[in-house]
Design a protein around this ligand. Structure first.
Ligand code: 4AD
Length: 452
């Protein structure tokens, strides 16, 4: 509807003549246009040849009508075409306008025998995943990529509107933020390069890794800004084939200064989720679901699990980490809506999490957001800002030497702060109801698979 420029009559190619052109007002009809796209269907009839052509800008295809005398041998499903003709009001009720073609050129042929996707056949996500270089040509995956792009824009917009500063945290780092040892170590290819003239074993003198989280770098910035965030690739060497884990995923992480309450964090997590989802509902209404929430403590969660008749594979004693089976059960139990679980056992959380000062249970001011079908989507905590406690915690973890700089953050103008991370792929899995995480990322990397 925004494309109302009456001068937009003819052009050679390019985005000006995307499918959304059929939303142009039709004061001056017919419109002479020329556009490009990929053939989605071909229907030869007695007098006319009907094509549907899609240019990737939306799920909808434009109906193109050509003379039946046109040689349509190469106009196969998947072929790339350039079409010039007139946009006219369509006599059919199925669409408002159609393109009466004067000329159709096949820019790139597509052999229907070899092409793995067949006309009119609905291929499952598992099938199309086998073709990472071609799956963007299916409706299902091109739709996913548009949604991913809109969600990315919505996340950036949310943080911008709230006054957060975006920080490009490094991909190469010497820290293991989570302390879980799930690190990909990085050195130049070729053994001989690993040793420099002075005999250093490592390119950076110390071992370097692909980042598992930008949190610690965000915490640096939280010492100078009220709110910071990062949104980038994150790497975990988890030897897992599960439907929720990737070796490379995108994480949205935020850090909020001058806060002492989990409520503040939950508000941002909820707002981010809500505004991103609202944006998607607005832009891609057919693809997304509605938002609800609920809050329980970890202790309540354990009680719910222990009073269930369901047999779980993993233990449900107080102090045990919640496993995917537990998280999914809790979400179902609480009405199949997104669910916050707060106040996890202190011992389960990394050195940076603050405790709730609630002996004897000793819980951490930490929160996870669990969502239907996926389980944990976001994890966050208030950060330990008491220097002495942090020192003890780092010493207990044997990290005191490596994290002297982190202690400095608490020494110089420290502010109470907290933050969280949201797995972007898990977010997409949740709103789209996609079972397998490999189907919401363009090029999935996971144990024993690094295609392309
Ligand atoms: O709970 P995690 O490990 O938290 C952190 O990394 C914190 N440093 C974040 C912070 O407070 N700034 O990971 C956060 C989220 C999880 O809730 C999950 O959504 C996602 O990252 N995630 C994964 N997504 C895909 N594949 C994996 N292997 C993932 N591991 C974590």
């Amino acid at each position: 509807p925004k494309m109302t420029d009456p001068n937009l009559t003819a052009c050679s190619s390019g985005p000006e003549v995307r499918i959304c052109i059929f939303l142009i007002r039709f004061e001056r009809k017919p419109f002479e246009v020329c556009g490009n796209g990929w053939v989605r269907s071909v229907r030869p009839q007695k007098e006319n040849l009907f094509l549907h052509v899609n240019d990737g800008s939306s799920l909808q295809s434009l109906q193109v009508v050509a003379s039946s005398e046109l040689n349509h041998r190469l106009l196969t499903f998947g072929s790339a075409v350039e079409i010039s003709g007139s946009l006219v009001t369509s006599p059919s009720r199925k669409q408002e306008v159609e393109l009466q073609a004067d000329q159709i050129d096949v820019v790139g042929e597509c052999n229907p025998v070899d092409f793995p996707f067949k006309i009119k056949k609905k291929h499952g996500l598992e099938y199309i995943r086998q073709f990472p270089h071609l799956r963007c040509r299916t409706n299902a995956f091109s739709s996913l990529l548009r949604i991913r792009s809109e969600a990315t824009a919505a996340i950036q917009q949310y943080f911008k509107e709230k006054g957060f500063i975006q920080v490009h945290t490094p991909v190469l780092t010497s820290n293991d933020c989570e302390g879980a040892g799930e690190l990909f170590q990085v050195e130049p290819a070729g053994q001989e390069k690993n040793q420099d003239e002075e005999g250093h074993q490592h390119f950076f003198s110390v071992p370097a890794y692909l980042t598992v989280s930008g949190q610690l770098h965000l915490e640096v910035m939280a010492g100078a800004f009220p709110g910071v965030y990062t949104f980038g690739p994150t790497f975990r060497a988890e030897n897992s084939q599960s439907r929720r884990h990737l070796a490379e995923f995108y994480m949205v992480e935020a850090e909020i200064s001058f806060t002492q309450s989990l409520e503040d964090l939950m508000k941002v997590m909820e707002d981010l989720f809500r505004s991103t989802t609202e944006h998607l509902l607005d832009q891609c209404p057919e693809d997304v679901a509605l938002y609800h929430k609920h809050v329980i403590t970890y202790t309540e969660a354990i009680n719910i699990l222990n009073s269930s008749s369901k047999k779980f594979a993993f233990k449900t004693d107080w102090g045990c980490d919640l496993q995917t089976e537990h998280e999914k059960y809790l979400v179902k139990h609480c009405g199949d809506f997104p669910l916050f679980v707060t106040d996890y056992p202190y011992a389960l959380k990394p050195f940076y999490a603050r405790d709730n000062q609630d002996q004897p249970l000793h819980t951490a001011a930490a929160v996870d957001l669990l969502v239907p079908g996926v389980g944990e989507m976001c994890g966050g905590s208030l950060r330990e800002d008491r220097l002495d406690l942090l020192k003890t915690r780092l010493a207990q973890a044997g990290l005191d030497e490596a994290y002297g700089w982190y202690l400095d953050l608490r020494r110089f103008g420290s502010v109470p702060h907290g933050g969280f991370g949201m797995g972007f792929e898990r977010y997409l899995q949740c709103v789209l109801g996609v079972d397998n995480i490999k189907d919401v990322i363009p090029f999935p990397r996971y144990s024993r698979s690094c295609l392309l």
